[in-house]
Write a protein that binds this ligand. Structure first.
Ligand SMILES: Cc1cc2nc3c(=O)[nH]c(=O)nc-3n(C[C@H](O)[C@H](O)[C@H](O)COP(=O)(O)OP(=O)(O)OC[C@H]3O[C@@H](n4cnc5c(N)ncnc54)[C@H](O)[C@@H]3O)c2cc1C
Length: 452
């Protein structure tokens, strides 16, 4: 393979959400994009596929968006998929206690003044309004502090709200997860009022929302996309990256060409000399049960005190997510199916004690572990090579490894890759998103000095 004539080709390697966001942003800015992906499909850790055994289409894992995920929604608007997600008009979260059978709703009010904590009917049962102020301790926490060292584990609010939130958002146990990172999440969501916390999920599937529309837009804008091509090595010449060596052949870079490496952390660390990345991972287990629940039941339920953590009702499927699942990832799929089903049946009022046909998906390297020491290993998007930028949920976005973080990283890398002066040609919406991402990351960096 030989790159096209000089004129600034944008080579994006990796078609997960970070790479897709970068490619879409660059294409929107009128740049000529080349997208390379090692596997046969785009989407990386966020995609849907047909499961032959279950006989239906499933997501690799349940992904929840919040209405306040500004980078994600900018991306959805760019690819014309804003209306492919759905959710309630209010911020409503249904919970079920697997030990007592108790059910409740947490309903933050839409405005920024959090008067919902004054209302027994909106806040977590057995809590007082004053309990919620404890969250401010996360803001003041030492950069090395973990969630369980800062919040009081003995209070009902911990088990019923802070812990499920932290584990779901950071995919790390509270004994390990960074207190500061949880604060960042709270300030981007609850801190901006219920309007930023409306839970939203893809109406059909992850690919139909995040992947297929992006590929359509890229195709329409003339981007050249190659699948099944794995980047094996990078070659450098002075302060520039000069050759991308794929297993299918080399791509020699012209003087104006730029590269965004949007592979997972471990791959980037193998390719880029001297790159430090998070090295510990946290698994996520998903169980998809072929089973229809009545449409009157909640679209998703948080389970407290059980094995399942979040259960999502989808057409013909009930889907369970267990984050920070190190304790169960080595167990046999049949065992996992059986004991996760107990929680599903109880939460959705299903009588059958025998689990229906299920697909268990274990993502051992779902995300990096969000512990303070692993966060300190996140690299910046820029590298010492002028034409090479990094993108991916593992880069130093100030956000956990999420859709929002991955997309934000893609935007940041795209912005860094366009030469100064070109920004004027970028869609205004995108410039705003980049600006917000950059400001958010800067505040994060200032508040979070690197650990020694
Ligand atoms: C089970 C599960 C549940 C999750 N739940 C949520 C959730 O509820 N909410 C949320 O916001 N986030 C969630 N996440 C996290 C979210 O999916 C990730 O943060 C995001 O998808 C990461 O995108 P990425 O582009 O950074 O990386 P990836 O998706 O890993 O993309 C990297 C791409 O690079 C390709 N690649 C690798 N090596 C090479 C190579 N050598 N050459 C070319 N291409 C290469 C890969 O095939 C892949 O397509 C979840 C993740 C998992 C696994």
């Amino acid at each position: 393979m030989k790159a096209g004539p000089a004129g600034g080709l944008m080579h994006v390697v990796g078609a997960g959400l970070a790479g897709l966001a970068a490619a879409v942003a660059l294409a929107a800015a009128g740049r000529e994009v080349r997208l390379y992906e090692a596997s046969s499909h785009a989407g990386g850790r966020c995609r849907s596929y047909i499961d032959a055994e279950l006989g239906c289409r499933i997501d690799n894992g349940n992904h929840l968006l919040l209405s306040g995920n500004r980078r994600a929604f900018t991306y959805l608007e760019l690819i014309g998929a804003r209306d492919t997600v759905e959710g309630p008009a209010d911020a409503v979260f249904a919970f079920f206690d697997a030990k007592t059978g108790r059910r409740w709703l947490v309903r933050p009010n839409l405005g920024r003044v959090p008067w919902w904590i004054l209302s027994r009917r909106r806040r977590v049962p057995d809590t007082r309004a004053a309990d919620y102020l404890e969250a401010l301790a996360l803001w003041r926490a030492h950069p090395g502090a973990r969630v369980s060292e800062v919040l009081d584990k003995t209070r009902p609010l911990f088990a019923r709200l802070w812990q499920p939130l932290a584990v779901a958002a950071l995919n790390s146990g509270v004994e390990e997860a960074s207190a500061r990172l949880l604060w960042r999440i709270l300030s981007e969501t609850l801190g901006r009022g219920g309007a930023a916390c409306r839970p939203l999920v893809p109406r059909q599937g992850l690919s139909e929302t995040f992947v297929d529309p992006a590929l359509d837009v890229l195709r329409r804008r003339g981007a050249r996309m190659q699948f099944g091509v794995r980047l094996r090595a990078l070659e450098f010449a002075g302060d520039r990256l000069s050759v991308l060596r794929f297993d299918s052949g080399p791509v020699e870079l012209a003087a104006d060409d730029r590269v965004i490496l949007a592979t997972p952390a471990a791959v980037a660390a193998r390719l880029v000399p001297g790159l430090t990345v998070p090295e510990l991972y946290s698994p996520i287990v998903n169980a998809h049960f072929r089973c229809a629940a009545p449409p009157t039941t909640p679209a998703f339920v948080g389970v407290i005190g059980g094995t399942a953590e979040w259960i999502f009702r989808k057409p013909g499927v009930l889907s369970v997510t267990v984050s920070a699942a190190g304790r169960m990832v080595d167990r046999a799929a049949s065992d996992l199916g059986q004991f996760l089903w107990r929680d599903v049946a109880a939460a959705y009022g299903i009588r059958s004690i025998t689990a229906p046909p299920a697909r268990i998906v274990k993502e051992r390297r779902a995300t990096f572990l969000a512990s303070p020491d692993q966060l300190s290993r996140r690299p910046a998007a820029t590298t010492r090579w002028g034409n090479l930028m990094l993108a991916g949920d593992y880069t130093d976005t100030g956000l956990p490894a999420t859709i929002e973080g991955a997309i934000g990283s893609g935007f940041t890398a795209a912005q860094g890759s366009v030469v100064a002066g070109d920004a004027g040609s970028l869609p205004a919406k995108l410039q705003g998103a980049w600006l917000r991402a950059a400001i958010g990351t800067r505040i994060w960096r200032e508040q979070t000095p690197k650990l020694q």
